[in-house]
Design a protein around this ligand. Structure first.
Ligand code: FAD
Ligand SMILES: CC(C)=CCC/C(C)=C/CC/C(C)=C/CSC[C@H](N)C(=O)O
Length: 476
């Protein structure tokens, strides 16, 4: 017999994690449950755009992998359109010179890669493919409604001890053990980690593989901005958006209309200058839990809910419209310079991690303006000074910046925070310590919705099932 559904569910945070959780919770619990989403900033969270001179550009999460099936599904079901991410030609700068330059001719590229690195690019491609293949099992598990009570159990069900090993070792250790050369690692792998996660090859091997998958072709984005997925998910889930900052969550006993005393969670939040509160049967936290970010206190829990002190990486996105000073990277002048993305090695000692031409959220291809100038996106550890901008650009029209506490500072062995914080209190963002990406938040949201549903209805057999891959292989 099924238990009556909960009356009210709270979700803290309306980024892609929180809004997709609302969507999946609605699918599982049906239309009778009230779903409140608390958001203190903008719907979308780290999916955000910067508007400059009437044009919008992605400032946070920008590219989506062609095999990110939840994101693909959302776009299709929510009536959105996609744009292909601009490729262009990529170069790698080591502080002295460009150690690698892509060519627009496929065959020339292949020859260059083999000449410089032997068959290591191909081996890297196969290493990523193998990890991605195993990672894709999650979609099958979730379509059969299976849930996991910890990130480690989820990863183990996908890739066994190998995935847990990747979480516990640095990417550098993992790839050195696999026989990749120092030169290839420094010139081809480290620059990808710098552009994607602002960190070195000391990040964990799992996030390293996710990051390397960005080198695949077919990356895409949502036309009009990736954050549109969040607002559409919110609408489709019929969630009730509350603009407010959650301060405390406390467990209390309440007497419901049925007359039974019931354990509920009181969510206390600030909206404008007012402090308000409301009671919920289930709460999902869909924002990183730490003092610097969400600043949520768990009051009077027995046993107490631990505080998380994990550090998030500070990264600055800067958009600059201007004429690049190509001589910083090469002796060639701009009219002979055809690279549209320049990555940097760890040894480059430059004040930027990467620089690349971007298009607005409505364009497929970046268009130069009259003077041949483009809009460039720069990732750096610190806010760029005017002197630094003037070193990079011969002239520029504008520079706008967006600082972020962007993603975890990865430090394997990685211990991912728990998903179940308390009986009916769930935490989604622990998954970011395996890897931070839009799709990872959507996977965590689907998992948390299934977990909340199965725990509510005491379906223990749908949680933490061992050998799922084998079991589902025999099912039609
Ligand atoms: C610069 C940058 C580039 C990136 N590039 C990519 C990329 O290309 N591809 C990719 O897949 N991923 C990328 N990512 C990662 C991706 O953006 C994140 O993993 C994802 O957006 C996280 O979503 P989330 O919903 O889990 O968290 P968030 O988006 O952080 O959402 C949490 C929300 O909770 C709200 N909140 C916090 N505290 C409270 C509170 N106390 N009360 C109420 N509300 C609260 C916040 O305002 C926020 O809106 C990038 C991230 C950054 C910063
Ligand atoms: C989850 C899987 C299997 C794949 C996701 C791959 C992916 C798209 C990862 C993105 C990770 C990330 C944080 C990228 C940041 S920078 C992105 C881009 N280079 C930019 O210019 O904004």
């Amino acid at each position: 017999e099924r238990r009556a559904p909960p009356d009210k569910i709270a979700i803290i945070g309306a980024g892609i994690g929180g809004t997709s959780a609302a969507y999946y919770l609605r699918q599982k619990f049906g239309k009778g449950v009230k779903i409140d989403l608390f958001e203190r900033g903008e719907v979308g969270g780290r999916l955000a755009t910067l508007t400059v001179r009437g044009q919008e550009y992605e400032a946070g999460g920008s590219v989506i992998h062609p095999l990110n099936l939840h994101m693909k599904r959302f776009v299709k079901d929510l009536g959105l359109s996609t744009v292909q991410s601009y490729g262009g030609l990529m170069g790698v700068y080591n502080g002295e010179r460009l150690v690698f330059e892509e060519s627009s001719w496929f065959i020339i590229n292949m020859i260059k890669l083999i000449w410089q690195y032997g068959f290591q690019s191909l081996r890297m491609h196969m290493w990523v493919e193998d990890a991605l293949d195993k990672f894709m099992r999650i979609y099958r598990y979730q379509s059969h409604d299976y849930a996991f009570s910890s990130v480690e159990k989820l990863l183990h069900s996908l890739g066994g001890d190998e995935f847990l090993g990747m979480l516990n070792r640095t990417l550098l250790e993992t790839l050195q053990k696999a026989g990749f050369s120092e030169k290839f690692l420094n010139e081809m792998v480290a620059p990808v980690m710098r552009v994607n996660f602002g960190q070195s090859m000391n990040i964990n091997g799992f996030v390293g593989a996710v990051s390397m998958s960005c080198a695949d072709s077919g990356l895409w984005a949502v036309e009009g901005g990736n954050k549109l997925v969040c607002s559409r998910l919110l609408e489709a889930s019929k969630g009730n958006l509350i603009h407010g900052s959650v301060m405390y969550i406390e467990e209390k006993t309440r007497t419901k209309q049925t007359g039974n005393p019931t354990k509920m969670y009181e969510v206390v939040y600030q909206t404008g200058s007012e402090t308000r509160s409301d009671f919920y049967d289930i709460v999902l936290v869909a924002t990183p839990l730490n003092r610097k970010m969400s600043n949520i206190t768990f009051l009077n829990f027995d046993p107490p809910i631990e505080e998380f002190h994990q550090y998030y990486q500070h990264i600055v996105t800067t958009l600059i419209k201007g004429q690049l000073n190509s001589t910083i990277f090469t002796s060639r002048h701009l009219d002979e310079f055809d690279l549209s993305t320049i990555l940097t090695t760890d040894s480059s000692d430059l004040f930027i991690n990467s620089i690349g031409i971007v298009s607005s959220v409505r364009e497929n291809n970046p268009q130069p303006s009259k003077g041949g100038t483009y809009v460039w996106k720069i990732f750096s550890q610190e806010i760029l000074t005017k002197e630094q901008i003037l070193k990079l650009f011969l002239s520029y029209d504008y520079a706008v910046k967006q600082p972020w506490l962007a993603y975890p500072h990865y430090k394997p062995p990685e211990k991912c925070p728990p998903i179940v914080l308390h009986d009916r209190l769930y935490y989604l963002n622990g998954i970011e310590f395996a890897a931070s990406a839009m799709e990872m938040s959507a996977i965590a949201a689907h998992n948390a919705a299934l977990l909340a549903y199965h725990r509510w209805n005491e379906h223990a057999h749908m949680i933490d099932q061992e050998d799922l891959y084998e079991k589902l292989k025999t099912e039609l």
